[in-house]
Design a protein around this ligand. Sequence first.
Ligand code: AMP
Ligand code: MG
Length: 411
Amino acid sequence: MKDCFSSNTLLPFDQALDNMLAAIEPVTEQEDISINDAQDRILASDISSPVNVPPYDNSAMDGYAFSHHSFTEQQNLQLFGTSIAGKPFNEPCPPLHCIRIMTGAKMPIGCDTVEMQENATVVEQQIHFSAMRKLGANVRKTGEDIKQGQLVYQRGKRLNAIDLGLLASLGINAVQVYRKLTVALIATGDELKTPSETLNDGEIFESNSHVLSAMLHKLNVKVINFGIVKDEEAALKRAFISADEQADAIISCGGVSVGDADYTKKVLEQLGQIGFWKIAMKPGKPFAFGKLPNSVFFGLPGNPVSATVTAHVLAIPALLKMQNCCAIKPTTLRVICRDALKKRAGRIDFQRGIFSIDDQGQAIVRSTGSQGSGILSSLAQANCYIVLPSEQGNVVAGEIVDVRLFDQFIG
Ligand code: AMP
Ligand code: MG
């Protein structure tokens, strides 16, 4: 039966991504959590600052605070008191007097300028400055970093280490975030063994679930790993039903191309609406996407490079949308390609590249060599994709190409 995700034609990459994103519904459930637990969580509401940062005028230096217009360079100032961080000097400072002040200490009333101690000579409570500062020098003004009421974060922000510190500096100890996603991982194939097993003839070690699980942890989702499921209808059906009951999204790898032993298609078509696509991209032509009763489904090709690249450039953007995360656009540069690249027109290529700056300071990219979709070692050496558009043919050495730098999910 045809469904809204079906397509018989070779789908352009951008269209496949757009179709998928259009079908993704972001989670709506929210929770209040401590900032101690908030790393990599997604903010569910805007945050405005409840306070000024800094909350009061204070000194940026260890030195002497005084009123700028009350004296001239030739004069001495009489020491009147001390203001240290956490112990402000609360009396007004009279003209021609100064207050010994430490970094971060509150500016005393009547003072507007600080001279650092290195420029001061002290003789019996009389302070003399070797140079005259400008009015307001070395003073950090109230609210100069953040003003009370100022919008600091917008909904959809993924909180990083610095954000948690900034929130703490505003006196915010709890935040409203979206709930975490749960993603189920299923590796399919009779030939697959875990790295702790012994291989029989015709078997290989399963690697995709390790790549995918690590990528998903960087997205800060809960991962339910179903491990290796045999190419058997009943086993696959059990795994998919159980995954659908527990997870927001299911990522499987293997069994999405047309092959006799590939039961995924048969099983999934019984359970939900799934499109088995041929995307005009390399690696990763076969790709499945659709909806099961409770979850969305991403069916990645089994070849390790194809599985990794499609997870990275297709599944991750969809999961980011599901998380409500304001996705940051990938960093793309136009640089000189030092190697000749083989490419056939008709599909967008995500070739594996090594981006660097050469001895002349020129940004360049080189190929990692063999680009077979099963050659994970070529991906392991790479730090970028060389993105060659669909209509592009072979690349000659010295040509300018688009490079998409690896981000935190794959790098
Ligand atoms: P498939 O998409 O199932 O036809 O698999 C394509 C190729 O990828 C085959 O050579 C498989 O042995 C290999 N493969 C499939 N799944 C995995 C996996 N999870 N880890 C490593 N290789 C895999
Ligand atoms: Mg297979």
